[in-house]
Design a protein around this ligand. Structure first.
Ligand code: CA
Length: 223
């Protein structure tokens, strides 16, 4: 999943990014309200962890702005301890959950999982791209209606490409998604997995964007 962390305190921000990435997500961060507002508007996030006390625009303004602009991603706000009025204002502004500082990282991760689970219940767990059809819940892939056998790494890779079809994904993003717990990642292994996946898919399904990464083509000829 693609998560945005908005926190102006550098140490806490780094801890959040590290913990959420280690839980298997692709994480971006912002350290002030203006940057957060922009990212939340131009990029698609599956969830946001939003501190309320921020420079430039405060978190509540950012959240109100997103909601007014029709951005519906789940938002978990970080509030000051005991500040019940912040929680109320946050929920009124469209937050989905809140956590008071200081918190245990495990609790934050559990809340985030719950938000993403709720999202998954509403969102479709099936993606279609040309002749390729993928069901995340059943871990099943069909090409032109015929089942395709993939290894778990190939399946994860294809899921990410399908979820973000038409977008370029860098080798780093892909390897962070495939090996969230491995600090010693080797992007060459991504090339190997992409190569294997390519052989199993209809020709032209995965495009190489020179110097940037890979993209699942929106339309292509069936095999
Ligand atoms: Ca703050």
């Amino acid at each position: 999943m693609h998560i945005l962390v908005v926190e102006d305190e550098p140490t806490l921000c780094a801890q959040l990014v590290q913990a959420i990435a280690a839980a298997g997500h692709t994480v971006e961060s912002a350290s002030d309200g203006a940057q957060a507002q922009y990212l939340g508007e131009v990029e698609d996030f599956d969830a946001v962890v939003l501190d309320l006390g921020l420079p430039v625009f405060d978190g509540l303004s950012v959240l109100r702005h997103w909601r007014a602009a029709g951005r519906k991603m789940p938002v978990l706000i970080l509030t000051a301890r005991g500040a019940w009025h912040e929680k109320v204002a946050g929920m009124d502004a469209g937050a989905d959950d809140y956590l008071a500082k200081p918190f245990h990282m495990e609790e934050l991760l559990a809340r985030l999982r719950a938000l993403l689970r709720r999202l998954g219940e509403h969102a479709s767990a099936q993606w279609q791209c040309g002749p390729i059809w993928l069901d995340t819940r059943q871990a099943r892939v069909l090409v032109d209606g015929h089942p395709l056998t993939l290894t778990s790494h190939e399946f994860k890779l294809l899921s990410l490409l399908m979820q973000r079809k038409g977008q370029v994904l860098s080798r780093t993003e892909l390897s962070e998604h495939l090996y969230p717990h491995d600090s010693d990642r080797d992007s060459n292994t991504i090339e190997v997995f992409v190569g294997r996946l390519r052989k199993k898919l209809p020709p032209g399904s995965i495009e190489t964007v020179r110097g940037l990464g890979y993209r699942l083509a929106e339309t292509h000829a069936a095999a």
